[in-house]
Design a protein around this ligand. Structure first.
Ligand SMILES: Cc1cc2nc3c(=O)[nH]c(=O)nc-3n(C[C@H](O)[C@H](O)[C@H](O)COP(=O)(O)OP(=O)(O)OC[C@H]3O[C@@H](n4cnc5c(N)ncnc54)[C@H](O)[C@@H]3O)c2cc1C
Length: 498
């Protein structure tokens, strides 16, 4: 699976892995947009920084749709009613600042990343959603933000209405990350790829980040691994779930629109344009579901293909991909100290599919944490807050999902026989009471794994769309041959020769 973003930087191969023990001031685990933005600002301030990533540039950032906006769906009415006017105002203000910060970095570092100022729209085609839009406009008006309501947009279909935020932006996120990388390296700081953090140990006032190639000792640690891979303390796995969405990149000879668009309720359609071989193309996204709930083609890529054929009959799909993001139960990220037991260790996660601006917000907060400065926005993202637990409906859903993966499904007997699994398919079989995850490739070669998540031991499900083993509890994913591709699981699955 590739994305246009990954393809656009395919010549970027001149990087290193860690090859010996190392001492630094700040170790950042994860080279996605959050980890590298953090490293960028800290390098600018003269700190000694080492970033490690178990693979390459950000796993989620490589497959995002990269709209840079403070309009995170219909959200301000929720913030206003749940947390009050000042909170909603601060959330908007800090995300608007983030757009400007990203632009400032691009200008200062002269990063060529197809950055374009664009208006962003949340639209609805449903008459019965107009009240939600009115409430959102009311909240925005109270905040003092002049969003406009329109009943026409430049997408080729009719809508009931849309709310427009002016002067938002879009870019190529990986060209941006390469720009950050170059700046970090130019300050003699380090970014190591293919370097897996397996654990973090505290020794006196230092941390030792254990990796597959050596230890990094540092005073500060920033967990920028998307879903936190350390389980205890912190317990973030009880406060977060992961959601997968799908994107198609489309070539068409029809004239494409300006602006970025997303509708308000399922089925979700997200639209933006991008550049591929200097030609303007369309990106359409949607198909959201909880990671670990097994997707089918019709409800993921299929319905996007249908929509795009209807809108642009000559359309040609040039890429399709999917990725997942972390979502907290109260819809706000966790940005702050990792745990009161681990001083100088920080975390940012739960960007809820709006990580372009929120990662910049988080990076600025960490700079202030490390410098010991107060940050007026820190209170919104308090990483110790317990309020999410009060979202009893979502909390119960998470417990039900986890108990299935951890206990109930493990007790179920598998009646599937090895011979009944066709080539190109996967399933769980049982031999002498022990479960095996089997995938037969197109030539009938068998890949056998222990289908138990390396995070907390949940029983994995076969995802026929991507040929992966997915965890219904916390969203870890593993390739058919057992290689871990998404956290929080860190280790690969045990494999067998059958
Ligand atoms: C389909 C989709 C579309 C989206 N579109 C938008 C959008 O239009 N606008 C927007 O604002 N947001 C969007 N988002 C959200 C946004 O893409 C994410 O919030 C953001 O990319 C997350 O960045 P990150 O740096 O936290 O994570 P990542 O980019 O995933 O980086 C984390 C890195 O940590 C590494 N890592 C993990 N564990 C370890 C370990 N143990 N050791 C070493 N390294 C490790 C991983 O390999 C990974 O590279 C979208 C999300 C999805 C799913």
């Amino acid at each position: 699976m590739n994305s246009i973003w990954l393809d656009s930087i395919k010549d970027f191969t001149n990087f290193n892995s860690l090859n010996s023990n190392e001492e630094t001031e700040i170790c950042i685990i994860g080279a996605g947009i959050f980890g590298l933005t953090c490293a960028y600002y800290l390098s600018e301030l003269g700190f000694k920084v080492s970033v490690i990533d178990k693979e390459y540039f950000g796993k989620t950032t490589s497959y995002t749709s990269a709209k840079i906006t403070s309009q995170h769906g219909i959200f301000y009415d929720y913030l206003y009613k749940s947390f009050g006017l000042d909170f909603a105002k601060d959330y908007l203000e800090v995300n608007e600042k983030a757009i400007q910060n990203i632009k400032n970095i691009i200008d200062k570092e002269k990063i060529s990343c197809d950055f374009e100022i664009m208006d962003n729209y949340v639209y609805t085609t449903k008459n019965d959603e107009l009240q939600l839009f009115e409430d959102e406009l009311f909240a925005l008006n109270e905040i003092g933000y002049s969003a406009s309501f329109v009943d026409k947009i430049s997408l080729p279909f009719d809508i009931q209405g849309a709310i427009c935020f002016k002067n938002q932006a879009q870019f190529n996120p990986l060209k941006y990350l390469v720009g950050l990388y170059n700046s970090i390296i130019s300050k003699s700081n380090k970014v190591y790829f293919n370097t897996l953090a397996t654990d973090v140990k505290r020794e006196d006032d230092k941390y030792i980040v254990k990796t597959n190639y050596g230890d990094i000792t540092s005073k500060y640690v920033v967990i920028a691994s998307h879903y936190p891979f350390i389980k205890f303390p912190g317990f973030y796995f009880s406060k977060l779930y992961q959601s997968t969405s799908y994107i198609l990149a489309i070539e068409t000879n029809s004239e494409l629109f300006d602006g970025m668009y997303i509708n308000n309720s399922a089925p979700i359609f997200s639209f933006r344009t991008a550049y591929y071989n200097d030609k303007k193309i369309l990106l359409i996204g949607g198909g959201d579901h909880k990671t670990g709930q097994i997707p089918n083609y019709e409800k993921s890529y299929g319905y996007l293909e249908e929509k795009v054929k209807q809108l642009y009959p000559d359309s040609k799909i040039i890429y399709k991909w999917n990725t997942e993001d972390c979502i907290s139960l109260d819809k706000l990220p966790y940005i702050g100290p990792y745990s009161s037991l681990y001083p100088n260790m920080y975390i940012a996660t739960g960007f809820k599919k709006w990580g372009m601006t929120l990662s910049n917000v988080a990076a600025n907060l960490f700079v202030d944490y490390i410098l010991g400065n107060e940050n007026k926005y820190a209170y919104m993202f308090n990483s110790f807050r317990l309020e999410p637990i009060k979202n009893s409906k979502e909390f119960k859903n998470m417990l039900v999902d986890s108990s299935h993966g951890l206990f109930l499904d493990k007790l179920k007997h598998s009646n599937v026989d090895l011979d009944t699994i066709s080539n190109g398919c996967g399933n769980i079989i049982e031999i002498d009471g022990e479960k095996f995850g089997i995938y037969k490739d197109d030539d009938g070669k068998i890949y056998a794994v222990k289908p138990i998540c390396s995070h907390l031991g949940c029983l994995l499900c076969w995802n026929a769309l991507d040929k992966t083993w997915d965890c219904p509890c916390h969203g870890s994913r593993f390739r058919y041959d057992g290689k871990n591709i998404y956290g929080p699981g860190v280790n690969d699955l045990e494999t067998f020769q059958l």
